[in-house]
Ligand binder design. Structure first.
Ligand SMILES: [Zn+2]
Length: 141
C-alpha cells in the first residue's frame, strides 16, 4: 500500500506532475481525445462491424480544442500547435455531414421507423415513404 501511495504521490506532487490550471486542461484534453478510441471500439464490438459513432467526432473536436489551447497558451510549442491547429477541420466537417444525413431521414407513417435516404419504401414495414428532398445534399442545414 505504501508503494502504491508513493507511486501516486511523491515529492508533494500527484503522479509526479506539477499541477496548475493549464496542466489540468491539457490532461483533460488528453483523456477526452483518448476516450474517443474507447467509444469507437465499444461501438464496433457492439455492432460487430466497424462503426464510427457521432460521439467519436465530438470527442475528437473537444480533445483537439483543449490540447490546442494547452499548446498555444501554456507550451507555446510550434510542433505541438501545428499538430492540433488544423485537425479540427475534418472533425467539424464530419459532424456537418452526419447532421445533414440524419435530417434527410424520413419517418414512416405506417410504423414510425426512421428510414435513411434515398429509400422510397420503409425497410421495416414496406410502406411507401413520402416524396421530398431525400438526399443529404438536398437537405438544408
Ligand atoms: Zn414502416
Amino acid at each position: 500500500m505504501d508503494t502504491l501511495l508513493a507511486l501516486l504521490w511523491h515529492d508533494t506532487r500527484l503522479l509526479g506532475i506539477d499541477w496548475n490550471t493549464w496542466k489540468v486542461i491539457g490532461w483533460v484534453g488528453n483523456v477526452t481525445f483518448f476516450s474517443r478510441f474507447i467509444v469507437q471500439w465499444y461501438a464496433t464490438e457492439k455492432r460487430k462491424q466497424v462503426v464510427v459513432p457521432v460521439s467519436f467526432w465530438w470527442l475528437s473536436l473537444a480533445g483537439t480544442f483543449l490540447l490546442l489551447s494547452y499548446a498555444l497558451f501554456y507550451r507555446s510549442d510550434s510542433v505541438f500547435i501545428f499538430a492540433y491547429a488544423f485537425s479540427w477541420i475534418p472533425y467539424a466537417r464530419n459532424l456537418v455531414i452526419h447532421r445533414r444525413h440524419a435530417r434527410a431521414h424520413v419517418g414512416c407513417s405506417g410504423c414510425g421507423t426512421e428510414c435513411p435516404p434515398p429509400a422510397n419504401y420503409c425497410f421495416h414495414c414496406g410502406a411507401r415513404l413520402p416524396a421530398g428532398p431525400r438526399t443529404p445534399a438536398e437537405t438544408p442545414d
